[in-house]
Design a protein around this ligand. Structure first.
Ligand code: PRX
Length: 650
């Protein structure tokens, strides 16, 4: 689609909330926004008392005495699993379905709230029996099986800190994360189904834990019947569950005790363990889930994200469960066994709210509307997107072909760091526009600033900052308070949170995200730093130097483009290209494999030696080179471009 048509769609598609939606929408006017703007700490405190079942109700709201190490509800005590499970079961809601889980091969498991509580209690007892206690770190490396949320909740029950690591990461990346958090126990599986084949999770864990002296036990969920090697520290999950005490009382946790850490990519090669605490995180997860999805008692909610990412934490586990919602979990990816799978599930399970990533929507478009038209998806009443900017063409297709023109679309902007959604349209209130996240949820204060930190006028663009602390914000980076300050609270002053994203407002003041402004690439909604790719590439014996950048990709949004300078004595062959790609996949994970790998005679650097990735991006995309005046040696750029064009046959 041409830029002009995209621009036209953006300008002309205004979708008002459907009239019948307003009748059951949770937020139909601005009063919550007004209440929060008048007194945001009081606003959050009142919500915390309303929403959360506390053992000891907090008397404090925000403590900003040691900013940016903010604390929320710091004298309150609670347990997340009590809020997600016990209180519903005790209140007579135990028979409600918590999860309908659908396996990739087609098997299904329906789990009620009472059953989920029973499993979580047993799993919590099993963790205790393996020496895990409050504050200990547990790594979870699984596919999307029911044991994944059960393991997360079992940790939360006893106050252990979970660190879920996406099942697509390779052994090195897994080992780095386990070591950084000094995890005592790892929960994995014999394998995970992915696109009809098996990811050998246990083999990968075996390789990783060989370098992780902190790991005392590995619990292994049987899922694929794959043969696995066995070590003294291994125990089958089902044996541990069978041997465990059936009951396990929830640990009384302080609101500021750590609930979980989740690694994400920053601008250096070392991933950051983003730390979230208990009370504030739960409040953000619950309220945002209610507000943006207009959750009602009979909804069937499907967030397609993997629990290896923050979206799965907040909108597969904590938000929906705390709100006593019925959710779908599908083990596989949307294209397996066919591109019809999602629509078949929506039809069969009468899904009412469907929340996915733009990259999935673009792939589903490619598969054609016949796949969705074959099924009755009229149960849908609301659609959502997350993870990357959505292009207007994909938005319009989603609205028309999946939403039948009647379902509002919530384009939710947030980050691992924010814990829950920050910007989103509100169904029933907002007029939506294809590609705009519209504006803040109640209590949030986004401000778009220029290079100097001054707010830009309506209609202008710049850097997205958040200028008011919020309960579900990250508290620090695991083991690295200084990096927390440097990364998020230094660019524009000590109380201004820098998101790393560019954004602009339109004439109505609605917000449009423009992608990352730092060295982070967003590939199919997965965050990867350019330096992570580069340090992996230079780890290969044939590579002298490497530079990675994002480049436009019609399905993934962005792909990784890598430029490699070879060491003397190596030839730029097709075989070496494949070898280098495979090297990155084996080092980080398949999702980090460069989409484009070019051999370069040199790299464009500024006089201070910084690689100009922006120029490399232009080369990868076949665009005009752009301003190269700050380069140490501008002629290099032409040489790289000529070489790249030759390799790409341009
Ligand atoms: O660049 C933004 C993009 O994803 C980044 C956060 O990635 P992660 O921490 O992995 O969390 C993803 C899921 C919450 C952001 O800095 N991003 C996320 N949502 C959107 C988005 N970009 C545009 N529009 C969105 N709705």
């Amino acid at each position: 689609m041409s830029d002009a048509i995209e621009a036209h769609l953006r300008e002309t598609r205004r979708v008002s909330p459907p009239a019948d939606f307003v009748q059951h929408a949770r937020i139909t006017d601005r009063s919550l926004h007004d209440e929060a703007d008048a007194d945001f700490t009081g606003f959050w405190h009142r919500r915390a008392l309303e929403q959360i079942s506390w053992y000891h109700e907090p008397t404090q709201s925000l403590d900003d005495s040691n900013a940016p190490f903010y604390r929320w509800f710091a004298d309150g005590t609670l347990n997340l699993t009590y809020n997600c499970l016990d209180r519903h079961v005790d209140g007579g809601g135990g028979k409600k379905i918590a999860y309908t889980w659908i396996g990739e091969p087609g098997d299904e498991r329906v789990i009620t709230y009472a059953e989920l509580l029973a499993d979580v209690e047993r799993a919590a007892s099993a963790l205790k029996a393996h020496g895990v206690g409050k504050g200990d770190r547990v790594a979870i490396y699984l596919g999307m099986v029911p044991e994944l949320p059960i393991a997360m909740l079992a940790c939360a029950r006893i106050g252990a800190i979970h660190s879920v690591i996406f099942g697509g990461f390779a052994a090195n990346a897994l080992a780095d994360r386990i070591q950084d958090a000094t995890c005592r126990l790892v929960i994995t599986g014999d394998g995970a189904w992915r696109r009809g084949s098996i990811i050998p999770l246990k083999d990968i864990v075996d390789e990783a834990v060989a370098d992780c002296p902190s790991v005392e036990h590995v619990l292994v969920v049987k899922r694929t019947e794959q043969d696995v090697a066995w070590h003294d520290h291994d125990t089958w999950w089902h044996d541990a569950m069978a041997a465990a005490e059936p009951r396990c009382a929830p640990e009384v946790m302080n609101a500021e005790d750590v609930l979980f850490m989740l690694y994400t990519s920053g601008t250096t090669a070392k991933p950051k363990g983003i730390v979230h605490t208990s009370g504030g995180y739960l409040l953000g997860a619950m309220l945002s889930h209610q507000w943006i999805f207009d959750i009602q008692g009979n909804d069937v909610f499907w967030c397609t994200a993997d629990c290896g990412w923050v979206t799965g934490h907040t909108y597969v586990v904590y938000g929906p469960l705390a709100n006593h919602t019925t959710s779908i979990i599908y083990e596989g990816t949307p294209e397996h066994p066919t591109w019809e799978r999602h629509w078949e599930i929506v039809h069969k399970h009468k899904v009412s709210i469907y929340y996915t990533a733009p990259t999935a929507i673009r792939a589903l478009i490619k598969a054609g509307e016949a796949a969705v038209e074959k099924y009755d998806v009229s149960s849908l009443r609301l659609l959502g997107t997350v993870g990357e900017p959505i292009n207007p063409e994909a938005w319009v297709w989603y609205h028309e072909h999946v939403g039948g023109g009647r379902c509002p679309i919530v384009d939710t902007w947030w980050q691992t760091e924010t814990g829950s959604t920050v910007l989103s349209p509100l169904p029933g209130l907002s007029t939506t526009k294809p590609g705009s996240a519209i504006g803040p949820l109640p209590g949030m204060k986004p401000v778009i600033v220029d290079e100097q930190g001054n707010e830009v006028a309506i209609g202008g663009g710049g850097y997205l900052t958040l200028q008011r602390p919020w309960p579900s914000m990250l508290r620090t980076i695991w083991g690295d308070d200084q990096r927390y300050i440097d990364t998020y609270w230094s660019q524009y002053g000590p109380t201004v949170y820098f998101t790393g994203d560019g954004a602009r407002t339109d004439a109505d003041g609605d917000i449009w995200l423009l992608g990352r402004v730092d060295d982070v690439i967003n590939v199919a909604g997965h965050r990867i730093s350019t330096t992570e790719i580069e340090s992996s590439l230079v780890g290969h014996p044939a590579v002298a130097e490497a530079a990675a950048t994002g480049a436009d990709d019609p399905i993934k949004g962005e792909m990784i483009a890598a430029f490699v300078i070879l060491r003397d004595g190596n030839e730029p062959t097709e075989e070496l290209r494949k070898d280098l790609s495979a090297h990155v996949a084996a080092d980080i994970g398949k999702f980090a494999r460069p989409g484009l790998l070019l051999f370069a005679p040199d790299l464009p650097k500024t006089r201070s030696g910084k690689i100009m990735r922006r120029l490399l991006k232009n080369i990868a995309e076949g665009k005009e080179l752009g301003d190269a005046t700050t380069l140490r040696d501008p002629s290099i750029l032409l040489a790289i471009k000529e070489d790249a064009d030759r390799q790409l046959g341009r």
